[in-house]
Design a protein around this ligand. Structure first.
Ligand code: NAD
Length: 284
C-alpha cells in the first residue's frame, strides 16, 4: 500500500491560524509581533525566501521589516545593523538570511543577535540549550519536521531514527530533537560507510543532504516515516532528496517536495516570532 502523505500545506495552515490568533491577542495588549530579516546581496533563492517570510508575517498580522544590504557590506556594517535591531522594541525576531557573501563571518554575525530575538535558533546559546534540553529557540526546519513526525501519532519511544546530514541548521538539531523524543538516533554523513545498512533500520528517516533522488526505495524500511528536507532544483523544477515515487511504495508516511517540510519551516519561523513577542510582552 502506498505511503500516507504528510501534507505540509495543511499542517502549516493550522500553525499559521494559531499564530494569527496569538498575534491578534498580543495586538489587543498593544504589541504587534515584529520580524526583521537582513538580506545581504541579491541571491535569487534568498530573495524568494525573504519575500515568503514577509508575506507570512503580513498574513498572520505581524510586522515585517527587510533590511537590504549591498553584497559588498563589511562585517562591521552587518553587525551594526544587528545591534540596532537588538535595541529596537518593535522587533521581536531577527533573522540573517543565509548564506552570506563569502567575505562575511556567519558565526560572528549570528553571535551578535540577542538569543531571545534569534528566531532561527542558530545562536550558539540556543544551540546549547537544545543540546542540554533546556528551553530555548529551536531551529525552524527540524522543529517543523518533528511536528510532521509527531502528526503520524506513532509512539516514538525507543524507535530507530536515522538522520542523513549533520549541518548545524538541520541535521544536528534534528538529531537532538529526536533524542529528546527518546528515539535511538544515528547521524549519517558524507563519510558514513555503507549508508543503506543504517537507513534500512530506520523507523524514522530524515534526509537533509541536498542531492536529488539520493534516498532510493531499497534504502527504506517498509512502513517507515520518511521526511524529505532537501530542496533541489532539477531542470527548473523543485525536488527533494528522496525518490518520491519509488519510496512512497515502501514507506508508511512520506513528505512531498514541494508542499512538505519547506512549508513548515516558514510556519515555525512565524511561531518562533510570536513566541518571542509573547516573552517580551510578558517581561514588559
Ligand atoms: P549542508 O550542505 O550543510 O549539509 C548536507 C549534509 O549532507 C552534510 O552534513 C553532509 O555530510 C551530508 N552528505 C553529503 N553527501 C552525503 C552522502 N553521500 N552520504 C551521506 N551524507 C551526505 O546542507 P543543509 O543546509 O543541511 O541542507 C540540506 C538540504 O536541505 C538542502 O537541499 C537544503 O536546500 C535543504 N534545506 C531545506 C530547508 C527547508 O525548509 N525544507 C531548510 C534548510 C535546508
Amino acid at each position: 500500500m502506498a505511503a500516507q502523505i504528510l501534507d505540509g500545506k495543511t499542517m502549516s495552515e493550522e500553525i499559521r491560524r494559531e499564530v494569527a490568533e496569538r498575534a491578534a491577542a498580543l495586538k489587543e495588549r498593544g504589541v504587534t509581533p515584529g520580524l526583521a530579516v537582513i538580506l545581504v546581496g541579491n541571491d535569487p533563492a534568498s530573495e524568494i525566501y525573504v519575500r515568503n517570510k514577509g508575506k507570512g508575517c503580513e498574513e498572520t498580522g505581524m510586522l515585517s521589516r527587510t533590511i537590504r544590504m549591498d553584497a559588498s557590506a563589511s562585517q562591521d556594517e552587518l553587525e551594526n545593523e544587528i545591534e540596532k535591531l537588538n535595541r529596537d522594541d518593535a522587533i521581536h525576531g531577527i533573522l540573517v538570511q543565509l548564506p552570506l557573501p563569502a567575505h562575511l563571518d556567519e558565526q560572528a554575525a549570528l553571535a551578535k543577535i540577542l538569543p531571545e530575538k534569534d528566531v532561527d535558533g542558530f545562536h550558539m546559546i540556543n544551540a546549547g540549550r537544545l543540546m542540554t534540553g533546556t528551553e530555548g529557540v529551536v531551529p525552524c526546519t527540524p522543529k517543523g519536521a518533528l511536528y510532521m513526525i509527531r502528526s503520524t501519532g506513532i509512539d516514538l519511544n525507543g524507535r530507530e531514527a536515522v538522520v542523513i546530514g549533520r549541518s548545524n541548521i538541520v541535521g544536528k538539531p534534528m538529531a537532538m530533537l529526536l533524542l529528546q523524543q527518546n528515539c535511538t538516533v544515528t547521524v549519517c554523513h558524507s563519510r558514513t560507510k555503507d549508508l543503506a545498512s543504517h537507513t534500512r533500520r530506520a523507523d524514522i528517516l530524515v534526509a537533509a543532504v541536498g542531492k536529488p533522488g539520493f534516498v532510493t526505495a531499497d534504502m527504506v524500511k517498509p512502513g517507515a516515516v520518511v521526511i524529505d528536507v532537501g530542496i533541489n532544483r532539477v531542470d527548473g523544477k523543485v525536488c527533494g532528496d528522496v525518490d518520491f515515487q519509488a519510496v512512497r511504495e515502501v514507506a508508511g508516511w512520506i513528505t512531498p517536495v514541494p508542499g512538505g517540510v519547506g512549508k513548515m519551516t516558514i510556519a515555525m519561523l512565524l511561531m518562533n516570532t510570536v513566541d518571542a513577542a509573547e516573552r517580551a510582552a510578558g517581561r514588559a
